[in-house]
Ligand binder design. Structure first.
Ligand code: ADP
Ligand code: MG
Length: 752
């Protein structure tokens, strides 16, 4: 049997059906699955779990010392019970076992010797005010040792603690791992890291690393093992990306070089403002890529209001100048319509192609949405197919719906995190010659993530903002401080009296919405299927438990109408459950100043543009993610009027929720915030989804923490792929890529 076969062996054959059945519940089917199921952390025998932190209903594994045991017979119910008290030194936890006969309990009693240390696992219950585990599974350290020397050794070793399930406690996993690990040799475990690279970096072999993480003798062992496994993950990932990049460079796109006196020049001459230096330089980068014969795949990052639209428009016009067409895709129909308006406004007569008195260079902009009338749709489809429309604006569905283009040269994807993968898939499915792609996002992707996950994209960043914009100041307002709240509404009054507008954002529509579960992140019913912008969101897992109900639009609007500070001020409402015309009416009344205070859900998060809006108040702000709050804040400070953002929250000082709000208050730099967001995500990071994507995916790598390592792996991978594009000299690496990532997962890399 060769190595790969050894690893692919089903656990049922190696461990027997019963054990394998338990492990299957954790998704572990093969020897390799089990070996790649790394301990989550390590206990040391001297350590104790803090019992005061246990919550009822939680499944826990605790390390504790046995203090006492007592077997009692139960007269009332018959049978007997064993009560053991275990302790962390300060608090105690009761373990309870019931049995028909005392004999079974004696067996437990003999293992649970007072003074011994063990791991205990079970669901925390509450019996007469005491925390307890009923019939816990447990492991007493040193009890299984063959002799005393071994017991002493075992008692000094780090104890691997595995991600476990109620049905399979951590030590049973550990025992199974040792059973499969013991007989293996280096030949059985092909190493994805080529020997040369291993030697250069003095890394252990894969087998050595697996032994080190699963059966460490001291702390340095598992640390060294993890380091090497982490590098392996980075290398597999980066090699996959390097190969993808190389493959893309082999594709042919139509070059669309700039022309001297075309639409781009005409637009530049007619713009009511001068481009910022960043818009200029990013424009040059894009112009150059579009001139090339390989498809551009570029991510354009720029904070809210940075002026991405005009950059995209100039790129689209360059393609039109070169005889091609461009498609601009927005995440929602509302935003698509808004894009059409702003493009037509920027273009002026340049969008009146084919019309009397139009500029000879002029083109047309067509809008294609699912909800438009059939006549308008037919006309737009006709203009796209004939080439009369140089620019076609629509939602993402546009490409998959099989809309025909005369010569599609550029696809611009606005405001999304999925990085054009779906669009590329759709285009591939249509068999089109690959167009250039420009993906725009206002939620900045930190450099570390861009490099790790989107390693094959080129990125451009609009690092400055158009001049003359006022800054927005952000404060945290404690929700339980009546004086502060009164001051807040007073401030709202002052703004309104000066002719300005105020948003008040709530996490819920009305009290009934509670049924949807307060633990869920705030969501907004989509306007139409697939019409919801994709946002990268915090899961809100440590937001304070909502013992006080969350603010809702309906209740807040009613409450504000009664506040003495706001007497006589009309309060508008906006949320996703309103009909489209009611939404439009609410927006119009707000924009005109008729209803200068707007209570709403996050529907206003993206794209809404009311320059007189100066104050953004977010209630229960801890319920929202950093990027979402940043987007909300971007709704104010959009003119020369300074903005004010008040985050009303019950988050305790020192909590992660509070830290997120403080990060927001401390900077308006979206990039710094995105980095902070990643840092505060616990398990995770943007790779979170890939990690939970099943077997054999990334486990140890963390984008922020491991940035340097990832960078090193990228260089190694680049050289490797340059020297040996098919990875013939590194077969184990090649198969790790297809096994870990698979064709679908490789795509996943770009989806974030
Ligand atoms: P975003 O990057 O958020 O998509 P937009 O492209 O919508 O930003 O631009 C925001 C506003 O700034 C628009 O009204 C746009 O016309 C304006 N704008 C863009 N570039 C400049 C500039 N260089 N100088 C002044 N205003 C600009
Ligand atoms: Mg925009």
């Amino acid at each position: 049997m060769n190595g790969a076969d050894r690893l692919a062996e089903p656990l049922s054959r190696v461990l027997g059906a019963r054990t394998a059945g338990g492990l299957a519940k954790l998704g572990l089917e093969t020897v390799e699955d089990l070996l790649r199921h790394y301990p989550r952390r390590y206990g040391s025998p001297g350590e104790r779990t803090d019992m005061s932190a246990l919550t009822v209903g939680e499944h826990v594994t605790v390390m504790a010392e046995v203090r006492s045991t007592q077997v009692r017979s139960m007269r009332s119910r018959g049978g007997a019970m064993l009560e053991a008290i275990v302790t962390d030194g300060h608090h105690t936890l009761q373990l309870t076992f019931f049995a028909k006969r005392a004999g079974v309990l004696r067996m437990h009693e003999s293992k649970l010797k007072p003074g011994s240390t063990g791991l205990f696992t079970g669901t925390v219950g509450d019996y007469r005010g005491r925390r307890q585990l009923t019939h816990p599974d447990y492991l007493i350290v040193g009890v299984d040792a063959a002799d005393e020397a071994e017991a002493v050794l075992e008692a000094s070793r780090p104890i691997p603690i595995y991600p476990a399930a109620a049905a399979v406690p951590t030590w049973r996993i550990g025992r199974s791992v040792r059973t499969v690990l013991d007989p293996l040799t280096d030949e059985d475990v092909p190493d994805p890291i080529p020997a040369g690279i291993r030697a250069e970096r003095s890394l252990p072999t894969l087998l050595e690393a697996l032994r080190a993480v699963h059966v460490p003798e001291r702390e340095q062992d598992w640390e060294r093992g993890q380091d090497r496994l982490r590098f392996e993950e980075a290398l597999v990932l980066q090699t996959a990306l390097a190969r993808r990049r190389a493959a893309r460079e082999d594709l042919a796109a139509t070059p669309r070089p700039p022309v001297v006196d075309g639409l781009v020049a005409a637009l530049d001459a007619s713009l009511p403002f001068t481009l910022t230096p960043a818009q200029e330089s990013v424009g040059r980068e894009i112009a150059e890529s579009l001139s090339g014969a390989t498809p551009m795949m570029r991510l354009l990052q720029g904070d809210v209001g940075a002026g991405k639209t005009v950059v995209a428009l100039r790129a689209m016009l360059q393609v039109v100048d070169a005889g091609g067409q461009a498609a601009l895709l927005a995440p929602t129909e509302v935003l698509a319509a808004q894009h059409l308006r702003s493009l037509e406004q920027l273009l002026g007569p340049l969008a009146h192609g084919g019309m009397l008195g139009g500029d000879a260079r002029a083109t047309r902009v067509a809008l294609l949405t699912g909800s438009q009338g059939s006549a308008a749709r037919r006309q737009a489809l006709g203009e796209a197919a004939s080439g009369a429309a140089g620019i076609v604006v629509g939602t993402h569905a546009l490409l998959s719906e099989g809309v025909q283009f005369a010569d599609l040269g550029l696809v611009v994807v606005d405001e999304q995190h999925r990085f054009g993968v779906e669009q590329r898939d759709a285009l591939r499915a249509r068999g089109d010659r690959p167009p250039h792609m420009l993906v725009m996002t206002a939620t900045p992707i930190p450099r570390t993530v861009a490099m790790t996950v989107f390693g094959d994209l080129e990125t451009s960043t609009l690092s400055d903002r158009p001049p003359g914009r006022a800054e927005t100041v952000t404060h945290i307002v404690p929700a339980d401080n009546a004086a502060w709240l009164a001051r807040t509404w007073q401030r709202v009054r002052e703004e309104v009296d000066q002719g300005r507008r105020v948003y008040v954002v709530c996490p819920r529509i009305d009290a009934d919405e509670q049924a949807r579960g307060e633990d869920a992140p705030p969501t907004e019913p989509a306007d139409a299927p697939g019409d919801e912008p994709f946002t990268l969101e915090w899961d809100g897992d440590d937001a304070p438990a909502a013992s006080v109900p969350l603010a809702s639009v309906t209740e807040t609007a009613a409450m504000l109408a009664d506040r003495p500070e706001l007497a006589g001020v009309r309060i508008g409402r906006l949320h996703g459950r309103l009909a489209a015309d009611a939404k439009d009416a609410a927006m119009a009344a707000f924009a005109s100043g008729e209803a200068p205070v707007m209570v709403s859900t996050t529907v206003i998060e993206v794209g809404v543009d009311v320059p007189q809006a100066t104050v953004m108040i977010v209630l229960d702000a801890e319920r929202f993610g950093i990027s979402q709050l940043h987007q909300l804040r971007g709704r104010v400070g959009r003119s020369t009027l300074p903005g004010l953002c008040l985050l009303v929250s019950r988050a305790e000082p020192g909590s992660v929720s509070r830290e997120r709000l403080e990060a927001l208050a401390s900077t308006t730099d979206g990039f710094a915030l995105a980095e902070k967001d990643l840092e505060l995500r616990r398990e995770g990071d943007v790779l979170g989804a890939a990690q939970s994507g099943g077997r054999n995916s990334l486990r140890l790598l963390r984008v922020v923490r491991d940035a340097t390592l990832i960078d090193q792996a990228r260089l190694v991978a680049r050289d490797l792929v340059a020297a040996d594009p098919r990875l013939e000299t590194a077969p184990a690496l090649a198969s790790a890529i297809s096994l870990w990532l698979g064709p679908e997962r490789e795509d996943f890399l770009e989806r974030g």
